[in-house]
Each structure stands twice: as C-alpha cells, then as structure tokens.
Design a binder for this molecule. Structure first.
Ligand code: ZN
Ligand code: ZN
Ligand code: FE
Length: 749
C-alpha cells in the first residue's frame, strides 16, 4: 500500500478530465479524490503500488482527447485510510487561472449516437459531451458553469440532469448538455423572418433550397454562414453578386473526407488537421478533375476546405451529399453576424432562407484557416477551435496588459502572468461595426479573466482605428513599431528569447522615419531592435489607392528605374501622365520599402493582376504563377549601406519575362541568404504577411538550413497582421520602462 499526489497542468479543465480520473481510479481500485485548483488538476490516491504505477502511466496515455497535459508532478504522501474515490467540486471564489477552451468539433461518439435511430438524441443538432461542442462562444464569465453560459435559459430535463451528475457518464458536467426535450431547437425562416419549418423539417427544407440554387444563411457555432451549392456556377455567381465579392476565394464544406478527396489532394497531415477538434479550413491543392465551380476560387489552384464540425452541419451535409460554399455570414468588411435579428437585417438582401436556432452565440468566432508549410501547420487566421487557448510566454506579465493589435485582420491580446491570450480574428477595422467588435473583444478578454489592465499597447500608426480606440480607453498607451511586433510574435510563437535577425516582409506598416516600411531586416536585441537592412524605398503614386491597384506600385517601380517610357501597364495616357507628374512633384506619393508592394509590381508587370479586389490577391497570383515554372536562376541585386537595391532584378525581369515569377522568388531567397551572412546571426525569423507564401517560405527555410542558419517561422500565431497584438504584448514586457515598473507613454526602443 502506498499514497501518491499528482498535480496535472495544462488544458485539463472542461475536457472531461475529472470523470476520466474517477473512472481510472475505480478501474485501478484506488481510493482518494480529484479536484480542479488554480494550479491545475490535483489528485490524491492510495492503494496497491502496482495499481498506482499503472494509474500514473494510464493517466498520461489514455487522457481525454482534448486534454493537453503540459506537465505531471508526482509525489509520495502518507496513507490515511481513504475508502472511496470522490470528485471534489471547486469553489467559485477561487482566482481565475483556468484556461478558457475553444469550441471543439463534434466527437465520433456523439456522431454515432446522433446517427443511431434508437438513441434519444437521434438527429438532434445540439448533441455534445465533455469531449466536444461549444465552449468559448457560449461563455459569459468564469468559472465555466452552466449558469454563466448562453445555455442558462435552458432547464435540464431529469434524464440530462442524471447524465450531468454521473461521474461515469461522458456528459458529466458537460455544461452545454441538451436533448430534444430540454435543449435548443432549429427553425427555418424566410428573409422577412416568417417561420417556414421547424426541427427536422427545417433541415430538409434548407437542403432542398440549397439544392435548387438558393442561398441559405445558417446560424452555426461562432456566427452565421452563407451557404450555396459549390458545384453550381449560377448559385456561386449569385452569391458573389449579392455579397459584392468579386474574386476573393470562398471556403467550402464537404460532407465527408471521401467527398473532399474527389476534388483535392489531401496529405496525411492535412487529413489529421481536417479531422482535428479544431476542424479548421485547410488550404488544399485542387485536382484538375475537381467538380466544383471555377467561381469558388477563380484562378486559384487551391481550395480552402473544411469538414462539418457541429452536429447541425453534419446533419445538413448528410442530407445534401454535395460540397457547399460556407462563407462568413457578413456584409463585406463587417464582422460575422451572430444574432438572428442582426442577420435578418444585414443579410436579408443576400440570403433567401435563414436556418436559425435559439442557443445564443455570446462570442463570435470565425472559421480558422490553416496551411501546411515547410512540413508543419501554420495558422493564417486564428479563430474557432484555437482562440482563446493561451500561449505560454517566457516573460511574465507582473500586472495584466492589453494590446489593441493592428488595422488589418485585427486580433486583440491580453497577457496575464505567463499566459498570452489572443482573441479570435475580428477582421479589418474599416467599418463602425468592425471597430465596435474590436472594442467588445478587448472588453471580453478583460471581463472573462476579471482583470482591469491600466496599460495597453498599440501600433505606432496614430491613425489606425485600433490606436485611437486604445487611447480612448484611458491609462498608459504604449505604441509599438509594426515590424518589431511581427518579429516578436514570431519569437513568442517559437518560444525564443535573446538576439536574432528578423526578416519582416509585409504590405504596409508605419516606420520610425515616417515612411511606410515592409521590407525590413531587424536585429532584435534584448529589449529593442535595430533596422539593420531594408529594401530601397520607392514611391507609391496615390498612396492607399496603390494597395488596391498593383499597377500603381509597378509604375512607382518603373519610375525608380527611369523606365516609364516603355510602360505597358493598363493606364490611359491621361492617367499615366497625372501619376507621373504626382511622382515628379511628390504629391500624395508616400515612399515604401515594402516587399508586398514589390510582389504587386511584378504581378502587375506580368499582367497577372493590374487591380485587385482583396488584400494579397496580386501576391497570390504571382505565387501561383511561380508554381508552374521550373527554373533555378535568380536575378542580380546590390547591397550597400544596409540598403537592398532591387533595381538590377527588376531590369532583368522586364528584359526577360520567361519564368519571371519563380526568378523573382529565387532572388528574394538569395537576398535573405546574403543578408543573413552579413548580419552574422544564426537564428533567422521569417515573419510578416509575405511568409504566407508557401514557395517563398519553403525555399528560404531550405536554403537557410543548408547554409547552417536556424530559421524560425510561424505555427500558432499568424505571420500576417493577425499576429501583431501578440507581438505588441511582448514588446512592452521586454521594454526597460516596463521592467523597471514605469510604463510611461513613450515609445520604447
Ligand atoms: Zn461528444
Ligand atoms: Zn434533456
Ligand atoms: Fe504587417
């Protein structure tokens, strides 16, 4: 006989961990107890030494599917003659240190029950258990307990209550537990809000509507989707017209993995990702033989696809048996709708029918987007299934700290002690609705963790809406340079500290010299950075307008080359004259070192994308063109006084367009290798929106490794501006002012 205490740390609360321990203790004939504490799950057991060893082993090996064990501490304790095994309930007064879990996709056990005609939850669209179902999107405050969720309005029936109270049941303390007798229900409405059908009939009628080419708005887990038949050009075109979305790719949802394999190539890693509890949209290579409409992702060899992740989606897709477009239910540039009233107002001129339910969505969470690059998953949009799982950081936030993020693809962040909590993706802050959602995201992070931070980090661009909102909150506001924030987000993602070289390439970020940066090589020091190298700046005729019109960046590049005469860009001669004159007189022609704009320029010069309808369209077009070219050659460039002169490369690309797309990529790789050698740092960070480009990232990683460098890139935090908030937090934590306790209002360097 022997006694032992275990302390289990990690994401182990709210995933069925205590009932799992309860069952395990019974199976191994051990007495004692288990409880949730601020330190983690604590277990004290006594019994036969052999059984204790087995218990210890099985605890780690057989843990519930969504539990993440960071560490198990084991110690011997005296025997006190315990006789039974109990689950001790945690008290509400304990400080909030528990992690808030993201929403999880339906588990295989629930799916089997839902498809079993003899089960009492047969075809019930809200089936869930401790291994699956909503979490973040229904939580109003902590502790995670039913009265504090959006399930508060549903009174459990006796059968559900018995399951909820039974430690041996899979639904023991499953807060959103529900059944057809006591839980939420679905309804189908027309665009006027009149009831068309209820329960199973609503599902059938939704499927019928989509089958004949209609647009359905569907209330899901973290917001509404707009759904149409992905095989039908007419249906997809109708959605594009009504949503005013010209070419930006739509995501797809497939009824099954088998159906997905008909249209896409799926590797083992991609398959695991699609079937994971996070169930994100995965970017997959489209097959030539694909049956989906070309309008889903025009001129794009990839498809963003996901599998149904809620019981409601599973039932709907089972009925339809074909892939559907499942795009965020919002008007363009606005946040995803989460409530039925808003949806009926905002989407009434887009959707024909509305499939809704009465379980409120408290927090919005868009679908996450993930791409496998250089052999591992890289999150491009972090939302449902990932946020707000904390990222452990090495520097401790002695007092809570907020970050407002950037402008595009905005997310916000909160640091409490060693944990960095990144809100789900809010989107571009171009509309009042988006700015309101941004403020709500900040407030929610504070409310849920019951903190009132008096310091907030923001971008150094004083005109960003996120910066203005940060200033309106009151307290200390600490601006952080955009590319420094990118670099630190990459370091946090890779658990790095100390000095390294950061390659930060993106579209736009406010620089310390009041120009637009975006082609930066920053030497990261212990508490700041130094702009060691950067691309030769060039003029952007018309400023902001150049972001939407890559042909303007191209004209700026030609102007820098003195080659505007042989310009064959699609401008009228009047337009061209005006823009050239603007550059000569330096009128509304900000200069930039942006590599993103160089991508735009080359894409426009090659006639791939003279004007774009969404951010990154030209860069994507150039990446896709490079995929079809095989060539090892690169072009010339010069580096002098820390400035990378790309003009020799551009002259070569203009003179010889053959394989120009891949030669451009190859040259960028050469530039990084050359700078890395000159900078003399072994560790090289690859960050900023340009590194969402698979060809660029994989070629750079490969060349750096071969040359003896250690490259780091993104995994859990996006390399695009969705990662800015995370970097802002780290920038403040490592600044001297913060370390000395004086978080003044000045720019830390
Ligand atoms: Zn389940
Ligand atoms: Zn019930
Ligand atoms: Fe950026």
């Amino acid at each position: 006989m022997e006694g032992r205490r275990f302390i289990v740390r990690g994401a182990v609360q709210g995933v069925g961990f205590r009932p799992f321990i309860y069952r395990l203790a019974h199976e191994e004939n051990l007495a004692g107890w288990v409880k949730n504490t601020p330190q983690g799950v604590v277990i004290e057991v006594e019994g036969d030494t052999n059984n204790l060893s087995l218990f210890s082993e099985r605890l780690k090996r057989e843990k519930p599917p969504n539990a993440v064990i960071d560490d198990v501490q084991e110690a011997t304790i005296p025997i006190v003659g315990k006789t039974e095994f109990k689950i001790i309930h945690s008290s509400e007064s304990e400080p909030v240190t528990a992690s808030i879990l993201p929403d999880f996709a339906i588990c295989s056990e629930c799916e089997a029950e839902m498809n079993d005609p003899s089960n009492r939850r047969y075809r019930y669209p809200f089936i869930n258990c401790t291994h699956c179902g909503p979490r973040y999107t229904i939580i109003r405050k902590l502790p995670y307990d039913r009265p504090y969720t959006s399930m508060a309005g549903f009174k459990m029936c006796a059968v559900c209550k018995a399951e909820y109270d039974n430690p041996l049941n899979r639904r023991f303390h499953a807060q959103p537990i529900a059944c057809p007798d006591c839980g939420p229900q679905i309804e189908l409405k027309d665009s006027q809000g009149s009831l068309l059908a209820e329960r199973d009939d609503a599902l059938q009628k939704t499927a019928d509507a989509v089958r004949v080419g209609k647009i359905a708005a569907i209330k899901g887990l973290g917001g509404f989707h707009l759904i149409v038949d992905a095989r039908s050009d007419t249906a997809v075109r109708l959605l594009r017209d009504r949503k005013h979305r010209r070419t930006k790719p739509f995501a797809l949802m497939y009824p099954s993995l088998e159906a997905l394999r008909i249209d896409c190539v799926v590797s083992d890693k991609e398959m695991r990702l699609l079937q994971s509890p996070a169930s994100p949209i995965v970017l997959l290579k489209k097959k030539e033989s694909s049956l989906i409409s070309n309008l889903v992702a025009p001129a794009n060899p990839y498809i963003g696809a996901m599998l149904p992740y809620t019981p409601l989606h599973v039932l709907l897709l089972q009925n339809m048996k074909f892939p559907v477009v499942a795009t965020s239910g919002n008007r363009s540039n606005e946040p995803i709708c989460i409530d039925e009233k808003d949806a009926l107002e905002q989407l009434s001129d887009i959707a024909d029918v509305f499939l809704v339910h009465n379980r409120p969505i408290d927090r919005r969470a868009d679908d996450s987007i993930v791409r496998i690059m250089a052999g591992r998953e890289t999150i491009l949009r972090r939302a449902r299934g990932y946020a707000p799982l904390p990222i452990t950081i090495k520097i401790k936030a002695e007092k809570p700290l907020l970050a407002a993020g950037g402008h595009l693809k905005n997310t916000t962040a909160l640091a409490v002690k060693n944990r960095l909590i990144l809100s789900p993706h809010t989107g571009d802050l171009d509309t009042i609705e988006a700015i309101t959602a941004h403020t709500a995201a900040l407030d929610h992070l504070c409310n849920i963790y019951k903190v009132k931070p008096d310091t907030i980090a923001c971008d150094a661009h004083s005109n960003y809406a996120s910066t203005r909102m940060a200033k309106e909150r009151g307290g200390s506001v600490i601006p952080v340079q955009h590319h420094y924030a990118h670099a630190l987000s990459c370091m946090a993602d890779n658990d790095l500290e100390g000095e390294c070289l950061a390659v930060v390439w993106d579209g736009t970020g406010y620089g310390d010299d009041d120009t637009i940066w975006g082609g930066e090589f920053l030497k990261i020091t212990d508490n700041g950075y130094h702009r060691a190298f950067h691309f030769l700046p060039f003029a952007l005729p018309g400023g902001e307008q150049a972001i939407r019109e890559p042909r303007r960046s191209a004209l700026g590049v030609l102007y820098a080359l003195g080659k505007t005469e042989d310009c064959n860009l699609p401008f009228t001669s009047a337009e061209r004259t005006v823009l050239l004159q603007a550059m000569r007189k330096n009128l509304n022609c900000p200069i930039t070192s942006s590599v993103g704009r160089l991508f735009d320029s080359v894409a426009a010069m090659l006639g791939l994308c003279p004007t774009s309808s969404f951010e990154g369209e030209a860069a994507m077009a150039l990446e896709f063109a490079a995929e079809n070219e095989i060539c090892d050659k690169s072009c010339g460039f010069r580096i002098k006084d820390g400035i990378i002169d790309w003009r020799p490369m551009m002259l070569e690309l203009i003179a010889d367009r053959e394989n120009a797309a891949i030669r451009f990529h190859n040259t960028l790789v050469e530039i990084i290798l050359t700078v890395a050698s000159q900078a003399g740092k072994r560790r090289v960070l690859l960050t900023g929106g340009c590194f969402q480009n698979k060809i660029l990232l994989e070629k750079v990683v490969d060349s750096l490794e071969k040359a003896g460098f250690q490259p780091f890139w993104h995994h859990r935090i996006p390399s695009n501006d969705g990662g800015i908030a995370a970097g802002q937090v780290i920038a403040v934590l490592r600044s001297r002012e913060y370390v000395s306790g004086n978080t003044g209002t000045n720019h830390q360097r």
